[in-house]
Write a protein that binds this ligand. Structure first.
Ligand SMILES: N[C@@H](CCC(=O)N[C@@H](CS)C(=O)NCC(=O)O)C(=O)O
Length: 335
């Protein structure tokens, strides 16, 4: 088969997959639960962006891969292979890989693992990523060494593939420790809290006011911490765009969806704008695509400006969250 024929066949497959795969929203723990979620309160139709995602992979040459199917195993023979999905935790890694590509010419391969189809629970995947969640990487050049958990992946990639510390810090420097602290804070705080805010305020079948105000409130508190950190800095650590920023970017880029009012956090907003100016960040957000994601702050703002019905739904959602806060006497405080 000629390269051109193969290319056109793959393109056709990609379109077929795009139309089929992303028919429901993401950030949903298990597909079997999703059918119960009430998506009418969402400021967009969950099915409205089904055609714009791609499950295509950056396929290394001479590989025979069925592009129409969900991944069933690794496809690369060399370099880094990223197993990901269009979520805040997935973006952390595609952003660093795009930065490494731009800075050092390091190529990588990615596969889209549809978490709504529970592909991340398949034995081949959990053999690489025991927690059954994306993201995960495999380093084919280092004996297929597999790494799971965003923080560990970012640090692994930085250790092995950022020799000039363009996006990281020498291991014995104080900045290394600072970056580690903020990345741990993201893993133990901002990510889980914002994830639960999404779950209870957006997706849960049962709307529990206590849980809604608890998680949206705690998320706001954490944004206050980040805002204070960024008051005197352009980036989270060491005056340069680093793994510490990457670990947070995907989450902050969808803060509005989670019920966070970005106007309360001007330093975070300026930092986000600064990061989004980087071409590699834009490319990272496009894996697996689309970019901007329908849940990003920018896409949501556009949707709400254009669609009065969705604006109405969003206003109702905000009113609901405010009522939950009032019911339990929640007041925003952040040191
Ligand atoms: N602490 C992990 C969190 C990973 C995570 O929660 N991934 C989500 C997507 S953002 C996932 O795979 N969800 C599917 C599931 O729960 O089965 C990290 O930062 O890598």
């Amino acid at each position: 088969m000629s390269a051109n024929t193969l290319r056109s066949l793959l393109a056709r497959h990609i379109r077929v997959v795009s139309a089929r795969s992303y028919s429901q929203g993401f950030l949903v723990p298990h597909i079997k639960h999703f059918n119960n979620y009430n998506t009418t309160a969402l400021p967009y139709r969950a099915s409205s962006y089904s055609s714009s995602y791609s499950t295509s992979r950056t396929t290394p040459p001479n590989q025979d891969v069925d592009m129409a199917a969900e991944p069933t195993g690794l496809i690369a023979k060399s370099g880094i292979e990223l197993l990901t999905f269009g979520t805040p935790n997935g973006f952390k890694i595609s952003i660093l890989l795009e930065e490494l590509k731009a800075a050092y010419g390091k190529e990588y391969t990615w596969q889209s693992v549809n978490i709504m189809k529970n592909t991340q629970k398949e034995p081949w995947f959990t053999a690489l990523s025991p927690n059954g969640r994306i993201p995960a990487i495999v380093d084919h050049d280092r004996n297929k060494f597999a790494v799971f958990e965003g923080l560990a992946i970012l640090n692994y990639l930085a250790r092995h593939y950022d020799p000039e510390f363009k996006f990281s810090f020498p291991v014995d420097s104080d900045e290394y420790s600072e970056a580690e602290q903020w990345m741990a804070w993201q893993h133990g705080g901002l990510g889980p809290m914002q994830g639960q805010a999404n779950h209870f305020a957006r997706f849960a079948k049962e709307k529990l006011p206590y849980a809604v105000q608890r998680y949206v409130g705690e998320t706001e508190r954490l944004y206050g911490i980040l805002d204070a950190r960024l008051k005197t800095r352009d980036f989270v650590v060491g005056g340069k765009f680093s793994v510490a920023d990457m670990s947070l970017l995907g989450w902050v880029n969808m803060a509005t969806f989670s019920g966070v009012d970005m106007a309360m956090f001007p330093n975070v907003q300026k930092w986000l704008d600064r990061c989004l100016e980087r071409p590699a960040v834009q490319k990272g957000f496009a894996v697996p695509g689309p970019n901007p994601s329908p849940m990003s702050n920018a896409a949501l703002a556009k949707t709400l400006a254009e669609d009065p019905e969705k604006k109405k739904a969003a206003d109702e959602q905000k009113k609901f969250v405010d009522e939950c806060k009032e019911k339990y006497g929640y007041k925003y405080t952040s040191p």
